[in-house]
Design a protein around this ligand. Sequence first.
Ligand code: VGL
Ligand code: ZN
Length: 185
Amino acid sequence: MNLPYESDDALLVVDVQNDFCPGGALGVAEGDAVVPVLNRAIEAARQAGVPVAASRDWHPQSHCSFEARGGPWPPHCIQETEGAAFHPDLVLTDDAHLVSKGTFEGEDQYSALDGTGLGDWLRHQGVRRLWVGGLAQDVCVRATVLDALREGFAVNLMQEATRPVDPDGGHRALEEMREAGANIV
Ligand code: VGL
Ligand code: ZN
């Protein structure tokens, strides 16, 4: 993947966690295939001096998005569990800016920019454009990209670096993100 980073870019890695990879509580088909692609993007960002941010889904035991509470999902990404850990092969450098979301029992927070302070952090770094990848394409990546566009960031979505929970949902999400102004690269 060619990554022509510019000085006002940042890389945003969304929810590359064990529970969203094959074998996980909410395993996305080929979810782990995003890891080597994102590792290359992270290394290229480091070389270009481009900031790297990463989000994680970080739920309390009985989050409102879980089926037991009437939500759509099986329990996943419970704080401090192995399932909530980043994929072991993902190489995030120490200077990556980490945000956690879904941390309040009664609140959905699919977007990495929703109430995490990430938008302000990015603006403070002078960032105007985001390169986005991670999981899942039709859920948190979608919500993050749409939120970022709404906040005025330009977005390059790295298609190779994301996978959907549901293939049809993935296609729809891609169209929706494109129509909202994202570049699919
Ligand atoms: C996600 C489903 C539930 C995601 C988070 O990170 O895409 N999907 N919670
Ligand atoms: Zn979740």
